[in-house]
Ligand binder design. Structure first.
Ligand code: ADP
Ligand code: ADP
Length: 218
């Protein structure tokens, strides 16, 4: 299945996409992770992206569409994927249809993580991610077994530059303006499924149920 995880920053998209990848083998395609890897390596893409990412703004659509086109045409994405953080604008959503349509594919389901702004601020300001593979933790809500170390690979945990409170507020404004219109875009196409907020495992159980129900009705 070709899935989109839609919702505000901090809603839990990455956490759930990593669980689906670990437990079901569905590749997670996180445009944020792709951009941060390019930024850490200081490639030309990374240097351009940093101008936007550090301010909590969106990277321009043409850059993002190029990245997603390349990523979704790699071999591991041919048998299904979870898009985490893409599309974020109507322009990206339309381009995604074209990218997939070119190889006879389409989106099967859009899972919407609806989480209120006050919860988001707490989640993002306490988020920590690991250096080696971007595994996701929270200081209080989802702490690692050993403070400051990733449970999975032992690498150091750090706070993302854009998870400071001022930038978080900017990202939320950008989300409401640019990305929220995608809710109606996908609802009209019958692809939209809301996921109720809850603890990490209860959200995961809901996701798996929704995905299985949709797979069964195809
Ligand atoms: P979060 O998981 O907190 O929502 P991401 O890791 O998805 O954040 O994205 C971090 C930043 O990377 C965004 O604030 C934005 O600057 C940039 N970015 C990621 N995906 C996109 C996209 N599809 N379009 C434009 N910018 C993007
Ligand atoms: P997104 O990818 O949507 O930006 P993340 O998956 O990175 O969101 O989660 C943001 C923060 O919230 C992380 O610190 C994560 O550990 C925490 N988190 C994720 N899901 C939940 C949940 N269901 N309950 C409590 N905290 C959560």
């Amino acid at each position: 299945m070709n899935l989109i995880f839609l919702g505000p920053p901090g809603a839990g998209k990455g956490t759930q996409a990593q669980l689906l990848q670990q437990r079901e083998g569905i590749p997670q395609v996180s445009t944020g992770d792709i951009l941060r890897a390019a930024m850490a390596a200081k490639t030309p893409l990374g240097q351009e992206a940093a101008l936007y990412v550090d301010r909590g703004e969106l990277v321009p659509d043409d850059v993002m569409i190029g990245i997603i086109n390349e990523r979704l045409n790699q071999p591991d994405a041919q048998r299904g994927f979870v898009l985490d953080g893409f599309p974020r604008t109507l322009g990206q959503a339309r381009a995604l249809d074209r990218v997939l349509g070119a190889t006879g594919r389409h989106i099967d389901l859009v899972l919407y993580f609806d989480v209120a702004d006050d919860v988001i601020i707490r989640r993002l300001t306490g988020r920590r991610v690991c250096r080696s593979a971007a595994h996701i933790y929270h200081e209080e809500l989802s702490p690692p077994r050993i403070s400051g170390r990733c449970d999975i690979d032992g690498s150091e945990l750090f706070q993302r530059e854009d998870d400071r409170e001022e930038t978080v507020r900017r990202r939320l404004e950008v989300y409401h303006r640019e990305t929220e219109p995608l809710v109606d875009f996908y609802r009209r196409r019958g692809l939209f499924e809301p996921v109720r907020n809850g603890d990490i495992e209860s959200v995961y159980r809901q996701l798996v149920e929704i995905i299985k129900a949709r797979a069964g009705s195809r």
